[in-house]
Design a protein around this ligand. Structure first.
Ligand code: PMP
Length: 441
């Protein structure tokens, strides 16, 4: 069954499909962190729908919330109309927001995906400021629709959209391991701040008055790169001083994944707009933007759409939010993340192909490099995408699903559910400890 299904997929489905580096498995059943394939094998899932499944697969509280809506014959589709299900969702979500932000915040339901939230955020700030330009970052990933692509870093995926990207000024993200200024660490991050400020203040810097800055507190697809809190506070200062709204893309980092309910909380920064998706729908499609009330200068119908009121996703999301908060799964993510990164760093000692281990909470990246190449000026060896792919395959052979990310596709990314048990965390480490040497052998 497995091979037939895989062959038909290869024949009929676009090669551009998600997840692009597709894994040769056919999942038929899934519970918590475990996915069972059509071949009867069981895998530990460290991909979790690209960070969507905060509570793992088919968590009982999520299933129960979905069943309750179905059993009550509550409407499944009423466009943007108010419903008790939506009312509870907005209440639950607003309770999680930083208080200074929540006080005066507005919410807009967007199309079903993260990228729709990014589009809405960009349109909102352009509508509110009457300006066009956007400040974005190298390595950023914000989605695959035209506006979101324009603010993403990857030139290959951006190529097809033509103009639009012209309005975007890209600033260096503080990537400590491959520091654009060749020094790394806090010093590199400080230089990134200085560079941003110099460019913005230079009348010949080529930056027209921007409508916003859009940023991830931890870059996910870009290779799991956590920005230092001080750097993010500096970005807030820079935007505040110039009256530029700050958009935090919390699509991947939200709902406890980084060890705080929102990644922005680590720095204490209060954003002007937050883009929220993935885990907020409790494994079903849902995206929202939450923003400062005075930016709400839409006119009725200014940002409409048919699929913006997914009642099942709101119910699943409400249950997910409640479960994370009641069980302090954000704190748990921080603990588990520390344990995994400590274990992975210990592995690094005898393994020159592990260039860097980094992350925040349960967003963890292991950068695979060429062990035989000389380090560059920044001390980093060249990325080794083929070796990383071999690690991914060796991990899968050992019953562990991981994906790759980063500029060169050489960062092994771990995004396990926040409900991962201690023994599952130990198994993840064991399997990687086995897979990495096997891939280099
Ligand atoms: N922003 C970030 C930070 C993301 O990680 C992603 C998806 N990986 C998106 C936006 C786009 O979300 P979607 O794939 O649901 O459109």
């Amino acid at each position: 069954a497995r091979d037939g299904i895989l062959q038909r997929q290869a024949r009929r489905e676009s090669s551009a499909r998600t997840y692009a580096r597709s894994l040769p498995i056919v999942p038929v059943r899934a519970k918590g962190m475990t996915v069972e394939g059509a071949d009867g094998r069981r895998y530990l899932d460290c991909l979790s729908g690209a960070g969507t499944l905060a509570l793992g697969h088919n968590h009982p509280v999520v299933l129960e919330a979905i069943r309750a809506v179905l059993d009550a014959e509550a409407p499944l589709h009423v466009l943007d109309l108010a419903t008790p299900v939506k009312d509870r969702f907005v209440d639950a979500l607003f309770e999680t927001l930083p208080p200074e932000f929540a006080r005066d915040a507005r919410i807009q339901f967007c199309g079903p995906a993260g990228t729709d939230g990014v589009e809405a955020a960009l349109k909102l700030v352009r509508t509110a400021t009457g300006r066009r330009g956007v400040l974005a970052f190298t390595g950023a990933y914000h989605g695959m629709t035209a506006g979101a692509l324009a603010v993403s870093g990857d030139t290959a995926i951006r190529e097809a959209i033509g103009p639009g990207a012209d309005e975007v000024t890209r600033l260096p993200y503080p990537y400590a391991y491959r520091c654009p200024f060749g020094v790394g660490g806090p010093e590199g991050a400080a230089l990134a701040v200085r560079y941003a400020e110099t460019l913005l203040d230079d009348p010949a810097g080529g930056v027209a008055a921007p409508a916003a800055m859009i940023v991830e507190a931890v870059q996910g697809e870009g290779g799991v790169i956590p920005a230092p809190d001080t750097w993010l506070r500096e970005m807030r200062r820079i935007t505040d001083e110039r009256g530029i709204p700050l958009i935090l893309d919390e699509v991947q980092t939200g709902l406890g994944r980084t060890g705080a309910f929102w990644a922005v909380e680590h720095s204490g920064v209060v954003p002007d707009v937050m883009v929220i998706s993935k885990a907020v729908g409790g494994s079903l499609p849902l995206a929202v933007i939450v923003y400062r009330g005075d930016l709400d200068r839409w006119w009725p119908g200014a940002h409409a759409g048919t699929f913006r009121g997914n009642q099942l996703a709101m119910a699943a999301g409400t249950a997910t939010i409640a479960h994370i908060r009641a069980n302090r799964l954000d704190t748990r993510a921080a603990e588990l993340g520390d344990r995994l990164t400590t274990g992975l760093r210990a592995l690094m000692a005898g393994r020159p192909e592990i260039g860097d281990v980094r992350g925040r909470g349960l967003m963890i990246g292991v950068e695979i490099v060429d062990p035989d190449a000389a380090p560059g000026v920044d001390g980093a060896r060249p990325a080794a995408p083929e070796l990383a792919a071999a690690v991914r395959a060796a991990a899968l052979d050992r019953g562990l699903i991981v994906e790759l990310g980063g500029r060169h596709g050489a960062v092994v990314r771990l995004l396990p559910p926040l409900t991962m048990t201690d023994s599952q965390a130990a198994a993840v480490l064991d399997r990687l400890a086995d897979a990495i040497p096997a891939a280099t052998a």
